[in-house]
Design a protein around this ligand. Structure first.
Ligand SMILES: [Zn+2]
Ligand SMILES: [Zn+2]
Length: 379
C-alpha cells in the first residue's frame, strides 16, 4: 500500500539509482528529462539550440532588414551588426541553464557570408557546461518596399516652397527642406516606414519637396509657415497610382513665405518714413527708423502691408558720429562718401555717442535703432 512504497527512484534509461529531486514549483514547466541520472541527462544535453544557418535579406539602400513578412529599420551600422542581431534572435538557450554567459565572434567569409562563432556557458544541475556553435549567416541584398517606392518616384504630396513676390533666399529654402527631413526622421524613429521624402526638386522660384503621404505634406507645410511665416493653400488632384487601378488624391501644398522678412527695411509710403521689420508672424510689426516709434500693419494687411522694400539691415555699417545736434538730429559721416550728413536721431543714441550703426536705403541714410526700440509693438 502507499504507506510502504519505496521512495527510491531509478533512472528510466540506465536503471541507476538517482537522488531524489525536488518537485517542480507550481507553474514551472515540467522537463521531460528531469528523471534521468546526470550521466544520461548530459549524454544528449544541448545548452544551445541553434539553426544550421540564418538567411537575412537587407535593403541595400537603407539597411532595413526583412523579418517575417515585413521590413524593419534596425539602425545597423553594417552587415556584421545585422548578422549578430539575427543570430542572437535565432538562438535559444536551454531553459534549465543558469548564470548564462555568451559571446559572438563574427568571421567574414566572403561578401555575403558571415560565420558566427557563438560561445555559451552556463550552470545546469550544479555543473558548469560550455558549448560553441557556429552559425553561418547568408546576407542577401534586396530593395525594401519604401526604397522601391522612392526609386519609383511615388509620392502623395508636394510642398512647393515659394515666396510672395520674391524667391525664398537660400537659408529659407534649406531650412524648409530641413523641416521636412526632420519630420520624416521623427516619424521613422517611431517605427513609421510610410513617411518619407521621395524627391527634392530645385526650381527657379523655390523648392518642390515630394512626400509619401498627404498627412506628412500638411505637417511639413504647417511647420514651415509656423517657423518662417507666410501661409499655404492646398489643392488635391486625382491621380491613378502604380497601375493597380487605385485612385488616390495627390495634394499640392503651395507655401508662400511672406514678402518681407525681419531685418528688411520697408517704406509704407505713409509719410512717417521707412520701417525696420521685426516680425512677420500674424501682421507685420516693426519700428520706424527715424523715430524708433513702433509700427504695426493693419489687421487686414496682415504680413504684407502695401510697401516697398528699400533696404536691409544686413547692409548696416558702423560710422562716425560728427556731432549730436539735438533730440531729433545727429550728424554722421556717410559711410560711402565720407561727407558729414544730418539724419534723424532715434531714441537710444546717446548725446556723447562716438559711432552708430547706419543703413543706407533707397529712402535715405538712417541710424539702426537699438534692439529694444519699438518692442512694445513687436511683442
Ligand atoms: Zn541514467
Ligand atoms: Zn530600403
Amino acid at each position: 500500500m502507499s504507506e510502504s512504497r519505496d521512495t527510491r527512484e531509478f533512472c528510466p534509461r540506465c536503471g541507476d539509482p538517482v537522488p531524489e529531486r525536488e518537485e517542480p514549483l507550481p507553474g514551472e514547466p515540467r522537463e521531460r528529462d528531469r528523471v534521468l541520472c546526470d550521466a544520461c541527462y548530459f549524454a544528449d544535453f544541448e545548452l544551445v539550440d541553434a539553426p544550421d544557418r540564418v538567411e537575412v535579406t537587407v535593403c541595400s539602400h537603407c539597411g532595413a532588414v526583412h523579418r517575417g513578412n515585413r521590413w524593419v529599420d534596425v539602425g545597423a551600422r553594417d552587415y556584421t551588426d545585422v548578422a549578430v542581431d539575427e543570430v542572437s534572435e535565432a538562438l535559444a538557450v536551454h531553459l534549465k541553464a543558469e548564470e548564462i554567459r555568451w559571446g559572438v565572434e563574427p568571421e567574414q567569409v566572403d561578401q555575403n557570408t558571415i560565420r558566427m562563432h557563438c560561445t555559451f556557458s552556463g550552470v545546469v544541475r550544479d555543473t558548469h557546461v560550455e558549448e560553441t556553435v557556429v552559425v553561418p549567416v547568408k546576407i542577401s541584398r534586396g530593395t525594401c518596399d519604401r526604397c522601391g517606392r522612392i526609386s519609383g518616384g511615388s509620392y502623395a504630396a508636394e510642398v512647393q516652397i515659394r515666396g510672395r513676390e520674391r524667391v525664398p533666399d537660400p537659408a529659407e529654402q534649406s531650412r524648409a527642406v530641413e523641416i521636412a527631413e526632420s519630420l520624416v526622421a521623427e516619424r521613422e524613429q517611431d517605427g513609421d516606414r510610410e513617411s518619407f521624402v521621395t524627391e527634392i526638386v530645385d526650381q527657379p522660384e523655390g523648392k518642390d519637396v515630394k512626400l509619401s503621404t498627404n498627412k506628412l505634406g500638411k505637417a511639413v507645410a504647417t511647420q514651415i509657415t509656423e517657423e518662417l511665416g507666410g501661409s499655404y493653400t492646398e489643392a488635391p488632384t486625382l491621380v491613378t497610382e502604380d497601375g493597380d487601378g487605385n485612385e488616390v488624391y495627390r495634394v499640392t501644398f503651395a507655401v508662400r513665405l511672406p514678402k518681407f522678412r525681419p531685418g528688411d527695411v520697408i517704406d509704407p509710403d505713409d509719410g512717417d518714413g521707412p520701417v525696420l521689420v521685426r516680425s512677420v508672424r500674424g501682421n507685420l510689426k516693426g519700428v520706424r527708423l527715424a523715430t524708433g516709434e513702433p509700427y504695426e500693419a493693419r489687421f487686414e494687411e496682415g504680413e504684407t502691408p502695401d510697401a516697398e522694400q528699400v533696404g536691409t539691415v544686413d547692409d548696416a555699417v558702423e560710422t562716425t558720429v560728427v556731432t549730436v545736434e539735438d533730440d531729433n538730429a545727429v550728424q554722421v559721416l556717410d559711410p560711402e562718401t565720407y561727407e558729414a550728413v544730418t539724419i534723424p536721431r532715434p531714441p537710444g543714441v546717446a548725446a556723447d555717442a562716438a559711432a552708430v550703426d547706419v543703413v543706407k536705403t533707397d529712402a535715405g541714410l538712417y541710424v539702426v535703432p537699438p534692439e529694444s526700440a519699438g518692442d512694445d509693438a513687436a511683442a
